[in-house]
Design a protein around this ligand. Structure first.
Ligand code: NAP
Length: 249
């Protein structure tokens, strides 16, 4: 069924954490949300579908590896066949595999770059083709504060997020004439499963570096995404919005 009047939102890594929260923030009765995740355990994805349905929108979640061109192709084909358009793409899927530079395995480098950076490239390419025909669209890439400031022990992750910022600016320049805006959000230290495993002592030391002296919540990032996706941001493109409690200025 083609829903020309609906707003179609695609969120990668939407099963939990910041991605789930952004889905809930975008949930409105006239909104159709497609999200993906990759873990074979789909409990979190099913719970998210339930939460999004309770919030009043039509939601579907699929197991898609954003680093796989064939997975991404099939995912976007399904969306276009069903919904007929894409209004908002949020490239949120991301992982960490930390090690100091001299000990980092090539496999850890490749995996993080593949998911965090190539995944966003593949999804942007697929969505941009649809958005170019519509002559409208909004792409939001979830980068990280460390992509701007660097971080010891995260060479692969930092390179992926710095790359994502460059990709954002380039796509913004290429796609502006087609009415497509491309921006990034660089979250600071946000309370999700990604940061849950950090030892308490390290967490306390990190929070100490933040002027607000607390971690951010997924809702803080979702608020920035809602702004970027809104009409209020219609003259905003190629920007990086930092949501970090003052951790980096
Ligand atoms: P999270 O709770 O670990 O969630 C990550 C999401 O990405 C999950 O839905 C996960 O689903 C999905 N995912 C992982 N690999 C995937 C793949 N290959 N294909 C598709 N989906 C995949 O992380 P988060 O904290 O919400 O982070 C979301 C984004 O914000 C990431 O890009 C992260 O780098 C960025 N960020 C987070 C923080 C922070 O402090 N939390 C700070 C700055 C930036 P499955 O597990 O089912 O695959």
């Amino acid at each position: 069924m083609v829903h020309e009047t609906k707003r179609v939102v695609v969120i990668t890594g939407g099963s939990r954490g910041i991605g789930r929260c952004m889905g809930l923030r975008f949930s409105e009765p006239d909104t159709e949300i497609y999200f993906n995740h990759y873990d074979p355990d789909d409990d979190a994805a099913n719970e998210t579908i339930g939460l999004l349905a309770d919030a009043g929108c039509n939601a579907s979640g699929y197991r898609v590896n954003v680093a796989s061109p064939s997975d991404v192709d099939a995912f976007f084909k399904k969306i276009v066949d069903e919904a007929g358009r894409i209004d908002i793409l949020v490239n949120n899927a991301g992982i960490t595999m930390d090690a100091v530079l001299v000990r980092m395995k090539e496999a850890a480098w490749d995996r993080v770059i593949d998911i965090n950076l190539k995944g966003a490239f593949l999804c942007m390419q697929a969505a941009a083709k649809v958005m170019m025909k519509q002559r409208s669209g909004c792409i939001i890439n979830i980068a990280s504060v460390v992509g701007a400031m660097g971080n010891a022990g995260q060479a692969n992750y930092v390179a992926s997020k710095a790359g994502l910022i460059g990709l954002t600016k380039t796509a913004a320049k290429e796609l502006a004439s087609r009415g497509i805006r491309v921006n990034a959000i660089a979250p600071g230290f946000i309370d999700t499963e990604m940061t849950a495993g950090i030892p308490e002592k390290v967490k306390t030391a990190m929070v100490e570096q933040i002027p607000f002296k607390k971690m951010g919540q997924p809702e803080d990032v979702a608020g920035a995404a809602a702004f970027l996706a809104s009409e209020e941001a219609s003259y905003v493109t190629g920007q990086v919005i930092h949501v970090n409690g003052g951790m980096y200025m």
